[in-house]
Write a protein that binds this ligand. Structure first.
Ligand SMILES: [Zn+2]
Length: 296
């Protein structure tokens, strides 16, 4: 068999691997509970000022630059919490622990409304830029701070900028995380073979607010999209996922989605989604726990 494979052209081997992978992913198609047609995770990465520290195009000493980050916890989050409460849906907030310590009242307000707090590094440095021992320290510090402030150990991990190293998921599993929300190799949740049992809640750029709206001092060649055009794209994504009995992970940033017109769009979009039957609006850990149950 190995001899036969060795004689096949690379293109054919790649096609065969893709085909086998497609079968494997299809075999793992999600069985939602009861009548559930679609699971929706509404998520926010509350990066605050750390997003601007991570950006080489911005001047970290410039108060105007940093104020774009401050807008997230101080202006956007209260409005987002009111919006989520109005629709009676729970969300998951991935928070760098530096942000949690800088804005503990914001974290407590999120927790008080029943939303989930999950890990997103300490100062938003992508793990791919760290050594394995630095990564270990960041995980320990992030868990300690989030647990101290929120009163609950985080169960989920999203790497800053989704840029993690080849040991990040192993470290996450060893630190008791039950899910990762980083990968783009599936449109439905799945369970990793390695590290065994770690649930993946996949993400995608098309369902992220940053590609459409992100703008700063280094973005002059970029066009800001209208909220209406993004709603149209997100409605298309929802409709297709609903038809496929799949999954939708919205990745948003309070400092980006939190502008008035964009929040109005999010308000309309959630109302529109709630018009469909059997949509399960859940926190990420609820979906991960469901995946663990059906996987056992
Ligand atoms: Zn982030």
């Amino acid at each position: 068999m190995n001899f036969l494979i060795a004689k096949l052209p690379n293109k054919i081997i790649k096609l065969l691997v893709t085909f086998v992978l497609m079968i494997a992913l299809d075999a793992n198609a999600v069985e939602w509970l009861g009548e559930v047609q679609l699971a929706v995770n509404i998520t926010f990465d509350l990066d605050a000022e750390t997003l601007w520290w991570d950006n080489p195009d911005t001047m970290v000493g410039n108060p105007s630059s940093l104020s774009q980050g401050n807008y997230g916890p101080m202006v956007a989050v209260p409005k987002i919490l009111a919006l989520l409460s109005k629709h009676n849906v729970q969300a998951t907030f991935f928070i760098p622990s530096w942000v949690a310590e800088e804005y503990p009242d914001t974290v407590l307000a999120i927790v008080a409304d029943g939303h989930e707090i999950a890990a997103h590094g300490v100062k938003h440095i992508p793990p791919v830029q760290l050594t394995p021992s630095e990564e270990l320290n960041v995980f320990a510090e992030s868990i300690r701070a989030l647990t101290d402030i929120s009163g609950k150990k985080p169960l989920g991990y999203r790497a800053p900028a989704w840029a993690f190293s080849d040991v990040t998921l192993k470290i996450a599993a060893e630190h008791g995380f039950i899910y990762s929300s980083n990968m783009m190799n599936s449109d439905v949740p799945y369970v990793h073979a390695e590290p065994a049992g770690l649930v993946e809640l996949p993400v995608s750029w098309i369902l992220d607010d940053a590609p459409y709206f992100w703008f700063d001092e280094g973005s002059w060649n970029k066009k800001i999209h209208s909220a209406a055009s993004v709603k149209e794209i997100w409605q298309e994504e929802f409709s297709a996922a609903y038809e496929a009995r799949g999954y939708l992970d919205l990745t948003m940033h309070p400092q980006i989605i939190g502008r008035p017109a964009r929040l109005k769009m999010l308000d309309d979009y959630i109302s529109w989604m709630k018009g469909f039957d059997n949509v399960w609006f859940a926190t990420c850990s609820e979906v991960a726990e469901h995946m663990q149950k059906i996987h056992d």
